[in-house]
Design a protein around this ligand. Structure first.
Ligand code: NAD
Ligand code: UGA
Length: 480
């Protein structure tokens, strides 16, 4: 029986391995992690991550050919294929701080693999890593190998949160990079056989290691670039009276461009887009390509601009001050259908409003108070470290109140900000919300989910990203 072990039971390791176990009943899959609480949760009825369809997959395989364990060394030593899906955060200190990927966790996983291995292994990079990481990993493994053969593959993951199970069941492609030697090609074939259980072979792309590593960074950079492009347009739409949804629709109808990833928003969030672009920028700089680095940097700058612009719009519309005013925040997760808050634009928007002394009442159907308080108190990039290495829960911010209901959040509020596109925000009873708010009542829709005409008919002053502005907002222009 082929044995697979995955180091890192996070958003990637957990769902990916669960799907491999489901689709390959004759393969034994162990997912290991140093976080005891995460593994305990994976073995319980309350899984550590919220992802539609994940519970069913895990329940079907857990205890049969899918195991979650903290006994990292045992499972690694027994495995034929070891996936490494640990955190690869942005460095916060030293050389490349604020840009380069911090490979501490990856390196310690590689050293541990070398220490405990007694048989040949295929080691698969699942984490997103800088180009040429495989070379460094190869060196660590071979210098400590005691005669064992390690083949390194790059098999980056392209799933998106909220649709992870769907993406894993039916991927656009699976990418496997390996050495162009006979042993490298044999390793590629072994991993291809795993995916071929359910992925059509023409969707399994094989390449050299560096192409696979770079393709992952490039794919995320291209996706983020589309969002920054449409968000840049949204600012111009507001200035000219064009409607960004109409512009995106017309542009996306061109089959060469396509309609996906053209939704204007308060900004992209999530654990990877910013981190991976910063990493790409750093690699370009290290390779003497400042023009290329600056080109990609601009994608992040526009994203930051969009979040700042949103906060400025709120403050300027409300007579240039939100001091002491209750603002309801609807949605805190970085997108709908996930409880993940890593790099969510809500953090920057909330911090911006708190900087102007607002009182925030926050509601998200999947994010609890402890998480929100941690996020608002944590320093940039500290979040992307294993839980036990993160700063202890700091004292909570008093101006922030977290509630479990949109109506409680909006009661007596001066303004409402929609920061995640949860479906339930489309069907709220906005008349009831309006009746219970201070007047004039404002709605700032950072995800373009509400029907502005209906809300204006109720009496709200409505701001929707990239849409023609209310007269009120025209009269109170925001500083960008
Ligand atoms: P995560 O933080 O959810 O999970 C990583 C896990 O690794 C943590 O549970 C941590 O405790 C564990 N870990 C760290 N060092 C370890 C060690 N030495 N031994 C055992 N366990 C260890 O992260 P994630 O979102 O799953 O991302 C993992 C990687 O995948 C990152 O490189 C990320 O860029 C990439 N990625 C993420 C996504 C996504 O949607 N989240 C998608 C594609 C790629
Ligand atoms: C993204 C990529 O889509 C995945 O392919 C990749 O594997 C993953 O990053 C990763 O490497 O971590 P994810 O961040 O989970 O997946 O979610 P996305 O759907 O890409 O959304 C990212 C952010 O962009 C969200 O904040 C979302 O609201 C925003 N977005 C997305 C927009 O503002 N507009 C859009 O049109 C699309």
């Amino acid at each position: 029986m082929v044995k697979i072990c995955c180091i890192g039971a996070g958003y990637v390791g957990g769902p990916t391995m669960a799907v491999i176990a489901l689709k390959c009943p004759e393969i034994e899959v162990a997912v290991v992690d140093i976080s005891v609480s995460r593994i305990t949760a994976w073995n319980s009825d309350a899984l550590p991550i919220y992802e539609p369809g994940l519970d069913e997959v895990v329940k079907k395989c857990r205890g049969k050919n899918l195991f979650f364990s903290t006994d990292v060394e045992k499972h690694v030593s027994e495995a034929d294929i070891v996936f490494v899906s640990v955190n690869t955060p942005t460095k916060t200190q030293g050389l490349g701080a604020g840009k380069a990927a911090d490979l501490t966790y990856w390196e310690s996983a590689a050293r541990m693999i070398a220490d405990v291995s007694k048989s040949n292994k295929i080691v698969v990079e699942k984490s997103t890593v800088p180009v040429k990481t495989a070379e460094a990993i190869e060196k660590i493994l071979t210098h400590n190998s005691k005669g064992i053969d390690f083949q390194i593959l790059s098999n980056p993951e392209f799933l998106a949160e909220g649709t992870a199970i769907q993406d894993l069941f039916n991927p656009d492609r699976v990418l496997i990079g390996g050495r162009e030697t006979p042993e490298g090609q044999k390793a590629i074939a072994a991993l291809r056989d795993v995916y071929a259980h359910w992925v059509p072979v023409d969707r399994i792309i094989c390449s050299n290691l560096w192409s696979a590593e770079l393709s992952k960074l490039a794919a995320n950079a291209f996706l983020a670039q589309r969002i920054s492009s449409v968000n840049a347009m949204s600012a111009l739409c507001e200035a000219t009276g064009a409607d960004v949804s109409q512009v995106a629709h017309a542009v996306g109808k061109d089959t060469r461009i396509g309609p996906k990833f053209l939704n204007a928003s308060v900004g992209f969030g999530g654990s990877c887009f910013q981190k991976d672009i910063l990493n790409l920028v750093y690699i370009c700089e290290c390779n003497g390509l400042p023009e290329v680095a600056n080109y990609w940097k601009q994608v992040i700058k526009i994203n930051d601009y969009q979040k700042t612009r949103f906060v400025n719009r709120i403050v300027s519309s409300m007579f240039n001050t939100v001091s002491g005013k209750k603002i309801a925040i609807l949605g805190f997760a970085f997108k709908k259908d996930t409880g993940d808050t890593r790099e969510t634009p809500a953090i920057d928007v909330c911090k911006g409003l708190l900087g102007d002394k607002a009182l925030l009442s926050i509601y998200d159907p999947q994010v609890n108070e402890e998480q929100i308080q941690r996020d608002l108190a944590m320093k940039k990039f500290d979040w992307d470290h294993p839980v036990h290495l993160q700063p202890m829960s700091p004292t909570s911010i008093k101006q922030v109140n977290v509630v479990w209901d949109a109506y409680a959040a909006t009661k007596d509020a001066h303004g409402v900000c929609i920061l995640t596109e949860w479906d339930e925000f489309k069907t709220l009873d906005y008349q009831r919300i309006y009746n219970n708010m201070r007047k004039p009542a404002f709605i700032f829709d950072g995800r373009n989910v509400v029907d502005e005409a209906k809300l204006r008919a109720i009496g709200f002053i409505v701001y929707s990203i990239g849409k023609p502005l209310d007269q009120w907002l025209k009269d109170m222009p925001a500083v960008a």
